[in-house]
Design a protein around this ligand. Structure first.
Ligand code: ADP
Ligand code: MG
Length: 694
């Protein structure tokens, strides 16, 4: 029988959320906390102290003995250091203590986190500060306090601080626009995000036998299995018991943490699955996604599974991405990307849409760079994920409307004069009127944009920082024009028409996977940056630096530090992969092939003595020997490429991309031929069939 879970009762039960705070804090402390959040001000120590005490008592009741400042360093994953609540009383005993100071600020010896040159290692101090807009929670015996991470001199060393800055910025500029439309009530506009997470689950024992999976998270070798995903029999298929047990456990843990886990299903590739939460404010969505990835990994281990979040665990089989659904909402819950029923709502919608189109067109490179890293290089443009070229899908109806705006022609109603924004009502724009275009990197899906280029392992912070900042920039430009306008309706119409006219090239509804699109995109002058190595130099272009510094999202050193870290991460990842390949080829593949060849030779020798036919043996020996030689040469070429990496990081990234990666690819070809032609009992690690069809 199924154990009954009372979901409403357990939901958020491990979170020190607003309801719990209201219950456990005095009214004036609760109000003081609320006003800090509403006004974005610091929490005074007199307020922090009683909150810390209430938090500690609550956490201890939930089984916590420790607390940790949980933060998101620039590596893209999360970090934590646990301190117990114990405090000695002087007579050999302890009491449990937690002060307001410990709640709001922590010192972290973070000298080993990448800092991109922002902190010299001798100045190892890093600080963490509670982000009171993210609720604390209890997990595995610790009270987790979501925090920002910054240096002694105040530079942001994490992925949360710039995200919070970008939220404020897009809110400020959106409110400016709303005022022009006569909205005096909205105080804040908040980006909402729902991040769909793909992942693979493999049996732990098989995973453990593969060095490539253990060291790099993906298979570096592997002949194609007789069956792949061509039958589409896994997609939305029934979920096997071991996996559904995992999913049930996962959901329960996530619900306890107040994470709105909603949808779960099997994905296209064998052993691939997806989890989608219900969307929430982007700051929480970002924390939640980190917690989802972490919980997936831990929970899988409990079920003797391993969760792979790598973008491309298997060649020839779809990889894992993350769809980032993004919209802008007012504090009263109005979605600004929802086309409305009145001319006023339509006009507002078209203005926000125009700003988005303009921003994406102007900052294609920046958006592209936020999803550029080694793992994602295998996905983008590989016929399973959007191309490396940024474009926007809008659907037939919106395109027709935009066309009529741009060309000044009539839309739908031949009796009527030109469509005028601010006067005419748009026809209702239904959700998914056109076939959902799965090949577009940025698709409008009724009332939100789905950014589909993110890799599965990546923090969603950077792409959302970029979306928020780009939007803030364009809305600011629009507000500057419209605030000065004498005739608002007229100015608005011209602005929207002009914007769509000038940035039309970024809109594309065709097949993004096709070769023709690459050519057309080039003709349209769109940027195409197929690899991380090619992306990274453009990340720190003067235009991008100007954007992020002008909006106060990053200081220039902070921004350059990100670039340095991404560059270094790329180089290190390819280096580890290359070395792992050499290691496996030398220690496992070559010996296995040689052993098998040797046994065949023995057999050949004996058979020859008996005058028996031995065509199979001799053919195989020849084939194996040729490929063994080729593999041996490949190993040396890869070693040589790895030994000649230039010292300069930028040059090194090109060297990895142009020399190391191709050498890895050739090495794999010969190794996979050997695998396909060697008896299974000789092969040193589980094959694709073993892993994917267990
Ligand atoms: P799919 O893309 O697989 O068809 P859905 O359309 O149901 O799935 O939604 C995917 C994600 O988008 C979910 O996480 C959902 O909560 C989120 N989402 C829905 N509406 C919005 C919105 N207005 N803003 C941001 N995210 C949204
Ligand atoms: Mg989706």
């Amino acid at each position: 029988m199924n154990e009954v879970i009372n979901v409403p009762e357990i939901f958020g039960s491990d979170v020190f959320n607003e309801a719990t705070m209201k219950q456990r804090l005095s009214q004036n402390i609760f109000d003081a906390w609320k006003s800090c959040i509403a006004n974005g001000t610091h929490l005074p120590i007199e307020v922090a102290q009683p909150i810390a005490e209430a938090m500690k008592d609550w956490a201890i009741e939930k089984g916590a003995t420790h607390f940790t400042h949980w933060f998101q360093p620039m590596t893209g994953i999360t970090a934590e250091k646990h301190d117990s609540f114990i405090s000695p009383t002087g007579d050999g005993r302890v009491i449990m203590e937690f002060s307001g100071k410990e709640l709001i600020k922590g010192e972290s010896d973070g000298s080993s986190f990448p800092n991109g040159g922002l902190r010299a290692t001798f100045e190892a101090r890093g600080y963490t500060a509670w982000d009171p807009t993210s609720a604390a929670f209890v997990k595995d015996g610790s009270l987790y306090i979501p925090t920002c991470f910054f240096s002694y001199t105040g530079e942001a060393l994490d992925k949360k601080t710039p995200l919070l800055r970008s939220i404020d910025e897009v809110s400020k500029e959106s409110v400016r626009i709303l005022r022009l439309f006569g909205d005096q009530d909205t105080l804040r506009v908040v980006p909402a995000v729902g991040a769909e997470q793909e992942y693979f689950l493999l049996p732990k024992d098989l995973y453990a036998q593969r060095e490539d999976l253990r060291l790099t998270g993906r298979t570096l070798f592997g002949a194609q299995p007789p069956k792949g995903q061509e039958l589409d029999d896994h997609y939305f298929g029934s979920i096997r018991t071991r996996v559904s047990d995992f999913m049930k456990d996962l959901d329960e843990q996530l619900w306890r943490l107040g994470i709105l886990s909603k949808t779960k299903h099997n994905e296209g590739a064998p052993c691939q699955h997806e989890l989608a939460p219900i969307y929430t404010d982007v700051n929480s969505a970002c924390d939640d996604n980190q917690m989802i990835m972490r919980t997936m990994k831990k929970c899988a281990a409990k079920h003797n599974l391993v969760c792979l979040l790598h973008e491309k665990p298997f060649a020839g089989i779809s990889g894992s991405g993350k769809h980032n659904n993004w919209s802008l909402n007012t504090d009263s819950g109005k979605n600004l990307f929802s086309p409305g029923k009145t001319p006023y709502q339509n006009a507002r919608f078209l203005l926000f849409l125009a700003a988005f189109v303009k921003g994406v067109d102007e900052y294609q490179d920046l958006l592209r760079c936020t999803v550029a890293y080694a793992g994602n290089d295998h996905r983008l443009g590989a016929n399973e994920a959007p191309p490396a070229i940024i474009s926007i899908f809008l659907g037939d109806e919106l395109n027709a409307i935009i066309k009529s705006i741009v060309e000044g022609t009539d839309y739908e109603n031949p009796e009527k004069a030109n469509l005028r924004i601010g006067v005419d009502v748009l026809p209702p724009i239904r959700k998914d009127t056109t076939d959902r275009n799965r090949t577009s990197p940025l698709a409008f899906t009724g009332n939100k944009f789905e950014f589909r280029m993110l890799g599965a392992s990546q923090s969603i912070s950077s792409p959302n920082i970029a979306l928020n900042t780009i939007m803030a920039e364009e809305l600011a430009q629009f507000a500057d024009v419209l605030e000065k306008a004498e005739n608002f309706d007229e100015a608005l119409h011209n602005l929207v028409a002009e914007t769509f006219k000038n940035h039309h090239r970024i809109i594309f509804d065709g097949n993004g996977y096709s070769e023709e699109w690459k050519q057309e995109a080039a003709a349209r002058g769109l940027s195409n940056l197929p690899s991380t190595a090619e992306c990274l130099p453009t990340y720190i272009s003067p235009k991008n630096i100007d954007l992020v510094t002008r909006h106060g999202i990053f200081t220039e050193p902070e921004f350059r530090a990100r670039h340095a870290i991404y560059l270094e991460a790329y180089n290190k990842i390819v280096n580890i992969e290359g070395r792992t390949m050499v290691d496996m080829a030398v220690h496992q593949i070559l010996p296995a092939a040689m052993r098998y060849t040797d046994d065949l030779c023995q057999s050949l020798y004996h058979k020859k003595a008996m005058n028996a036919s031995c065509r199979a043996e001799s053919d195989l020996v020849r084939l194996l020997s040729e490929n063994t030689d080729a593999l041996y040469d490949d190993i040396n070429r890869l070693k040589e490429a790895l030994a000649t990496v230039p010292a300069d990081k930028q040059e090194a990234s090109f060297h990895y991309h142009d020399r190391v990666v191709p050498a890895m690819e050739t090495l794999r070809i010969h190794a996979d031929i050997l695998e396909a032609n060697t008896a299974k009992s000789y092969w040193p690690y589980p094959t694709y069939s073993d892993l994917l069809f267990y």
